[in-house]
Write a protein that binds this ligand. Structure first.
Ligand code: SF4
Length: 91
């Protein structure tokens, strides 16, 4: 019998805007802010968030949300925060 992690489809990770950054470890504020900026323009943000919610991942940035938000807010509120992210304005 295969372990679950071997059967999970993670092909979406290849499109992640944060491929070169750690996303599943405690982050300092600067790194967290940079990650959240990348989430704004990430093509797989919704998939990333659902991945974290389905696994109850409580640390790190996923889908434009922080671990603290996922620990303390309702799933509906967390989804709304992620969905409200938009591309940063060009200056
Ligand atoms: S949504 Fe954010 S954390 Fe998730 S893959 Fe994209 S950039 Fe990375």
């Amino acid at each position: 019998m295969q372990e679950e992690w071997l059967t999970v489809d993670t092909a979406w990770l290849e499109q992640a805007a944060c491929l070169d950054m750690p996303v599943d470890a405690p982050l300092n504020e600067g790194m967290q802010g940079e990650l959240l900026d990348r989430c704004r323009r990430c093509p797989v943000r919704e998939t990333c968030l659902e991945y974290a919610l389905s696994r109850k991942l409580q640390w790190g940035v996923f889908g434009g949300t922080t671990g603290n938000q996922r620990r303390t807010l309702s799933v509906e509120r967390v989804r709304a925060i992620s969905a409200a992210m938009t591309e940063p304005l060009e200056v």
